[in-house]
Structures are given as C-alpha cells and as structure tokens.
Design a protein around this ligand. Sequence first.
Ligand SMILES: [Zn+2]
Length: 328
Amino acid sequence: MPPKGVIAELGWVFARFFWGESEFGFKRHWSAWKILCRPVEEGGVGFCSLQAIIEAFSRKLWWLFRYGLSLWAQFMRARYVGELHPNQVSISPKFSPTGKRMFRIRFSMEMWLKWDLSREDVAFWWDNWSGLDPLAWRFPDLASNARVYDFLREGQWDHLTLAAFPSEVTESAADSFFCFGKVPDGLVWTLQLLGEFSTKLAYQVVRSSGIRLWTFVSIWHSLIQQKFSFLMWRLLHEQLPVDNVLAKFQGHGPSRCQCCSLPQLETLQHVFATGVLANEVWGFFGQSLGVATPSVACVRSRCYKWWLLSVKGRAFRWLSRVLPLLIV
Ligand SMILES: [Zn+2]
C-alpha cells in the first residue's frame, strides 16, 4: 500500500494536471481535490479518490484471502494464520506490507461477510455465520475453536448445549438457515445481492459520502460538453475569476464590469445574472419559451426556474435542463 505521503503527492500531481499551468506557473486550484472527487450528485465532478480506491482494493484482498481458493490465499494463510483462525491473528511488525494492509481492514470487512451453512464446517465463534459479526468479538471469554457442527445433533441445533450461552447466541442460532448439502459452506458479501464482492461497490462504501443535491445533477448531461457543465459547476461554487471573488484572495481594489455602458462592480451575479448583457441573454431565451425571471434574480434562482419548469415532451424537458448551461 502506498504511504500516505505518496498518495497525497499523487493527489497534487493530478490536481496540477487538471487545473493546468501558464507561463507564470501553476494555475490556481479553485477547489480542493477531495471535493472534485465527490460524485456529481454530491457536488463534486466525479473523479475517483485514490485513497478510497486503495481502501477498496484492500478489502478485495481480504475477500480473496477469506474465499481461500487461490494459491495466493493458501500461501497467505500458511504464512500468517497457521493453525489459528484469521480473526484470531494479531498484526505483527514482521508482517509484510500486504499482510498489514489486509489484516488492518479485517474488522470492517468481516462485518460484511457471512457464511451460508451447508456442511456447518465454519468456526462457531470466529466466523460470521449468524449475521451478528463473529460471536467471539461479543463474547471473547466464551470463544473456542469449536465448529458449527459441534453444536448440532441430528440436523438440529443442540439446544441443551446452547442453553449454557447468552440468549443472543441462542437467538442468532435459531435465526440461521441450514441447507445441509455437500458443497462447502459459502462465503457471502452481504452488501451485494448476489453475495459476490464488488470493488466498485466497496469503493462507494469506503469513501465518505455526503448529502445528495439535485442541483448539481442537473448541470451534467451526456450530450453537453463537459466544459460547459464544469463552468456552471464553478459558477455555482463561486469559483470564477471575477473581481468580487478575487477580492477574497487578493484584497479589495477597483472593480469595473465590461458588460454595461455605465460600468458597475464586477460580481459573479452581475456578470452572469443581473447585468445588462446577462439580462438580455436570459430574457431572449426566456421569452422564447415563456420563462420569465425578474431582472434582479440571481444565477441559482434563474437556473432553478428552468430546471423546475413543467413542460411536456422529452425534447422540451431536455432543453429546459441544458439551456441554462448554454446561456451561461
Ligand atoms: Zn456590467
């Protein structure tokens, strides 16, 4: 696993490439890379977070290790586990970087793993067959190396033996399902309907998710060039180089807009919504389709007016969604 410093440095390299450079050096990074890495519906631009990708692949390692069919899994088991159960092993400084990486995410991954019982040949205390996580985590003093079949009698739970344990154990046993077959007990990833591990889904789980905002979904469309969508994205995030935004970074100075015969303060709202030129452009398209907005309306409220417009027909709905991007 790459060190955190390397991951951070790679993030800088990606960001520098994305924002570009000029003869004066690297251009301003208007937004933090981690914000750009959010999905579009959460206000990002949908880049993937390198850190989250690595985390997802760490979980894939654990899945492959616990699935246990490959030669690599058998080797890792022989090297790190031996006669113990994988959940009994303590991380040692002698572990290889891959071993440490894999065992470090063990607890978060084991919560999502469940064993479907067929031969009942999984560890009663250390494997998650009950859906409650490995029972040994809840009852460490009771844990032993017993298998599930040690607690069965004639195809049924041996309730006399189970009665000695806390009610949580007996209840989880009662809720479990046996299929009594000859196939080995199956490992299931509970986050996926089919039970198979998916790196793509693991990525969604490990990244820190935020609030979904429909506004930002409206600015991206497959038929619209991404540079238009990104311009609107920067506008809604107030990340364009007009005087009132630059004043936050460079201090206040004289400000004159370029769009009016009588120059006014150059602000984002003036240039893109309330200025003479902006009002003319919004007004032209608004009159054509019957969308009226007051001349003092800000960019956001003008966009909302278009995006929430009740129109019939797929073409008109598409038009009402993309026109604000083209107007801007
Ligand atoms: Zn102006």
